[in-house]
Every structure is written in C-alpha cells, then in structure tokens.
Ligand binder design. Structure first.
Ligand code: DC
Length: 212
C-alpha cells in the first residue's frame, strides 16, 4: 500500500526543511527534501562539467541511490555520497537552472514517487503539492518576507543567491513554484520554528503517526 505524503512547499529559506524535518520526527514519517535530489544532480554536472545540451544523455547513465538514515535519507550519485556537497556555492548557483530541465524533473519525480510507495513521507520542495503529489490531502505552503529569508540564510553561513533562485524557480515553464491548490498557507516571517511546527501538527488533525 502506498504511504501517506505531507507536502510542504515554499521559496528558499522559508523554513520548509526545518519544519518538515521536525514534523517528520514527531510523526515517525521519513523526511525527504526534493531539493536535495536536484542539488545532487547539479553537483554531478558541476564536477563533470556537463554542458546543457548533453544533460539528457548524461542523466540516462546516472544512478541516484537513496539510503535511509534514521528519519531521513542520503543520496548517492553513482555510489558517491553527495551529502557534503549539497550546499557547495557552485551547486547553489546552478541548481535552479538544472531543475528547470524537464528531463531532470522526470528523473527526480520518478524517484520521489518510488519512495512514497514504501514509506509515509514529509516531503518539502517547490512543486510537491502542485505536481508531484497533487492528490495528497495534506498540503502546506510556507512563506516569509525576502528580507527575513535572506537573514536566515546569512545566519546559516550559506552563500546562496536566493533572490535569483526565487526568480528562476517561480518563472520557469515546467512546474514553477506556485501555491498549490488546497494548501494551507503559513507566513513564517515572525514565527519561531516551534510555532510553525505546532501550527502544522495542529492542522493535521488526527493524522495517525507511522507504525514503528
Ligand atoms: O529547497 P532547496 O533550496 O534545496 O532547492 C534547491 C533548488 O531545487 C531550488 O532552487 C529549485 C529546485 N527545486 C525544484 O525545482 N523543485 C523541487 N520540488 C525542489 C527543489
């Protein structure tokens, strides 16, 4: 039987990852960042210097493995752990462009669907409630002011061109960032992480935790 999916979408640094991780741990669901899939692939194209016109062929011979660790996953690109490279500045600079290619989106979405066949998931991204799992009844869209999001990234010490990524993520033709129909919109600008998690958990009502 397919698992349940809680979809959490929103722009960069809106708090999605921290909230999704915490909700997943509360419910015993698996936390999945769909952005990590795009980042792992972007990392591969950076280290192998793959030009855009060769992306399709390159992708066909890639293996992106998923390893479950506690309530989360690690990604192995052709057997190499991508984890420590996901926030590399070159990856952050390239990932939105990589994610705009339909072949990349098909590749990632097939892996996200496969995960949901096995496990209950809290999955965060840009198109989870709109495109990847449009039928899930549990959809959230987190937002925060651009200033607050820039402050959060700076506090994390990340070099991340979020304004440019927002522009690319929202204006691309395939699966742009939108507020998914039926989603619960939460402005996290003046909220603590704990407050946002409490709101999400309370709006999930009587959703039962995963069986251990
Ligand atoms: O959530 P993140 O910052 O790790 O995502 C990195 C990039 O991946 C983001 O700029 C756009 C892309 N992305 C996407 O297009 N669709 C998703 N579901 C998740 C991420």
């Amino acid at each position: 039987m397919a698992g349940r999916v809680i979809a959490i979408d929103g722009p960069a640094a809106s708090g999605k990852s921290s909230v999704a991780r915490s909700v997943a741990s509360t419910l015993g669901f698996l936390f999945v960042s769909s952005g990590h899939f795009y980042r792992a692939l972007a990392w591969g194209t950076v280290i192998e210097s793959i030009p855009d016109e060769a992306l399709n062929d390159w992708l066909m011979s890639r293996h992106l493995g998923v390893e479950e660790k506690e309530n989360s996953i690690s990604l192995l690109l052709d057997g190499k752990d991508a984890t420590s490279h996901l926030s590399d500045p070159e990856v952050a600079a390239k990932v939105s462009q990589i994610a705009s290619f339909p072949c990349m989106r098909d590749f990632v979405n097939s892996r996200l669907h496969a995960l949901a066949e096995e496990r209950d998931l809290v999955m965060e991204g840009r198109d989870i409630g709109s495109v990847v799992f449009p039928d899930t009844p549990w959809k959230f869209y987190l937002d925060a002011s651009p200033e607050e999001r820039a402050r959060r990234r700076a506090r994390e010490g990340d070099v991340d061109p979020i304004a440019e990524r927002d522009r690319l993520d929202s204006t691309r033709v395939t699966a742009p960032l939108v507020i998914p129909e039926g989603s619960d919109v939460i402005d996290t600008t003046r909220m603590t992480l704990e407050q946002v998690v409490d709101v999400v958990i309370s709006r999930l009502g009587n959703l039962q935790p995963s069986n251990p």
